[in-house]
Each structure stands twice: as C-alpha cells, then as structure tokens.
Design a protein around this ligand. Structure first.
Ligand SMILES: Cc1cc2nc3c(=O)[nH]c(=O)nc-3n(C[C@H](O)[C@H](O)[C@H](O)COP(=O)(O)O)c2cc1C
Length: 318
C-alpha cells in the first residue's frame, strides 16, 4: 500500500518539524500542526511515562481545539528511541498505541517487532539513518520511510552529503525519504523534492521560537551565530553531534584541541557533567535563524517561501 503523502490533504507543505530533545514541546508541535506542518517531539524529553501521557493528552486536546475552530490540523509525530539502552521504550510505545499516534519517528536500532506493533494499530514509522546500510536494515525490518540525516544537521548529525546519501537510499527503496540537515527555507523543501525526497525535516530553524523549551541563553546564542560557528564532534558522548561553538567555548572546551582529538577520544565525562547544561546543539542552518519569532510565524514564512519557490521554478525549468 503506498502512503498518502498529504495525509488526506492535512499537510499544507511537505515539512516535518523535527523532534529535538529538551527543545520540542507540545505547544510548538501544535503550532506546526495548525499550519499544516507535521509537529513532533521525542518521548524521552519527558521525565516519566506519566509526563509523556500528559503531553499526548495535550496534543489530542489541542488538535481537537483546532478542529473546533474549523482548522484542518496536520498529524503529529512522536520520536521513540527503539534501542535496548532505552528502558522506557516499550511503555512509551504502549502509550503511542493507546493514543493512536499516527506517525512514529524511530531512531537508533530498527527491531522488526516495533514496526509490526506500529502497523497493527494503523500507525506509520519513519526511521532515522545516517548511512545506506542502516537504511537497508530499516527497510528490511518494515519501516515506512527513511529519514536521511545528512551533514549539517543539528544534534546527532550525519556526516554524508545529502546528494550522496539520498541517491544511495533511492537506489534501494521507493518508500518516502525525509531529508534532514541544515534546511531552513521553503525553497530548501522544494530542492529536497527535486532531489527525489518526499519531505523535509527541520529542527534548528525552530529552536529559537518562544514555544521551544530551550532556555533564553540558548535561543539568544542561536540568533547570533552562523554556519561557521557550528562544531561537529564525537568527543562529548562518542557520537558525532553538531554543537553551537560559543557554548563549547563557554564550557571551557578548547576548539583547537577538539580538532586534534582522536575519533575515539572523549572529553572527561566527570568534568563535563557540571558544564553540560550550558552546551547547546544546533545545525548549520543556524545562520538562517534571525529572531525569536513565534513558531506559527516561522511556519507561515516557510509556507510563503515554498509557494514563491514553486512559482520561480516554473520560470526556470524548461
Ligand atoms: C537540539 C536538538 C535536539 C535533537 N534531539 C533529537 C532527538 O531527541 N531525537 C532525534 O531523533 N533527533 C534529534 N535531533 C535531530 C533532529 O531531529 C533533526 O534530525 C535535525 O535537527 C535536522 O537538522 P537541522 O537541525 O539542521 O534542521 C535533535 C536536534 C537538535 C538540534
């Protein structure tokens, strides 16, 4: 069965607001949904199963409120870390089943039974990968779409160029591909479609919004930095991740030293524990975040840019 990429016309543009640990919130996700953009958040941003259930309730109530106002909201998605290291995932999945969350964004590991459980209640699963090998495994296990996390993405990022990774994934599947990494504008979404992707995935673009859970200092820093300030390193937790350089400097990390560390070398975890709070993640799209605009304004801007880009392309493409 092929997927209806518009979810019955509820998606105004092919954009998913990416899940961000300790940044995404139900308020921000609902702002996206209200504009026909899929909002999302990670289940692990909540501290307990009860807190997670409260967020799911908030989403259901918010979606109902939008419908009562005559708005057709986009579906929302939940990010689940489907890996044995996450001892909450079975309980969190149970709640997603209970609340019939339409889209699950799975990351880290792709066990077959998880996709089967999601399909059983009518949900769909997009799985997050940074390589062709992981895409193959996810497709074999039954994922409905692949999130291609490429170089430039915020958080635990990919390292591959988007053209290279998308072309390789497209060779092995005709399922939806969701492109992730440094996209900020409506024309970026159209560019992703021109590359053969079905959706764009944007995280960093939304961090500075007032609805995000990011502290003020983080949101201020994001507005002041650009692509060159983003530092990718595995030295903090062993996996390549993109950070806002000034926050690493504030935490006493020498950026020059970081460049020359061995790939398996880590900054002393004990010393870091105290400073982690002020270290902020962010992708190379940071330069496109100019102010702390409300999320609906960001969505409206992106939608207008997307419509303009489509018009402009008509003049360019022969
Ligand atoms: C602050 C931050 C936290 C993130 N946390 C998660 C997470 O919990 N789960 C996940 O699958 N991806 C996470 N990501 C990655 C995003 O979902 C997405 O792939 C990325 O933000 C896209 O790149 P962009 O930031 O350049 O738009 C995070 C990214 C950022 C910036």
């Amino acid at each position: 069965m092929s997927l209806d990429l518009t979810f019955g016309g509820r998606m105004r543009i092919p954009l998913i607001m990416a899940p961000m640990f300790l940044v995404s919130s139900p308020k921000m996700a609902l702002a996206g949904c209200s504009r026909g953009i899929m909002g999302s958040f990670p289940a692990h941003s909540t501290r307990t199963r009860e807190d997670f259930e409260a967020w799911l309730k908030e989403m259901d109530e918010g979606i109902q409120r939008l419908k009562d106002q005559g708005i057709t909201p986009a579906p929302y998605a939940v990010n689940l870390v489907v890996n044995p290291t996450n001892d909450r995932y079975e309980g969190d999945l149970e709640l997603c089943i209970k609340y019939k969350v339409e889209v699950i964004l799975t990351s880290k590991g792709a066990p077959k039974n998880v996709f089967a459980q999601i399909h059983d209640y009518g949900g769909i699963a997009f799985h997050d990968v940074a390589s062709k090998r992981h895409a193959e495994k996810a497709i074999e296990a039954g994922a409905d779409g692949i999130i291609a996390v490429c170089g430039g993405a915020g958080g635990h990022c990919g390292t591959l160029n988007p053209f290279a990774l998308v072309n390789e994934i497209r060779e092995i599947t005709d399922k939806p591909i969701i492109l992730s990494g440094a996209m900020s504008t409506g024309s970026d979404i159209l560019a992703a479609q021109a590359m053969g992707c079905d959706y764009a995935y944007m995280g960093t673009r939304f961090i500075a919004c007032p609805e995000s859970l990011a502290p003020e200092e983080y949101r201020d820093m994001l507005v002041s930095v650009s692509a060159k300030d983003v530092v990718v390193t595995a030295a903090l937790d062993g996996f390549p991740a993109a950070f806002l350089g000034p926050s690493l400097v504030n935490a006493g990390i020498d950026l020059e030293e970081l460049k020359y560390m061995r790939p398996d070398e880590k900054i002393d975890a004990k010393a870091m524990a105290k400073r982690y709070k002020g270290i902020f993640l962010g992708g190379e799209g940071a330069g496109m975040v100019k102010s702390k605009q409300p999320a609906v304004e960001v969505c409206d801007e992106i939608i207008a840019q997307y419509d303009d880009a489509k018009e402009n392309m008509r003049a360019v493409v022969v």
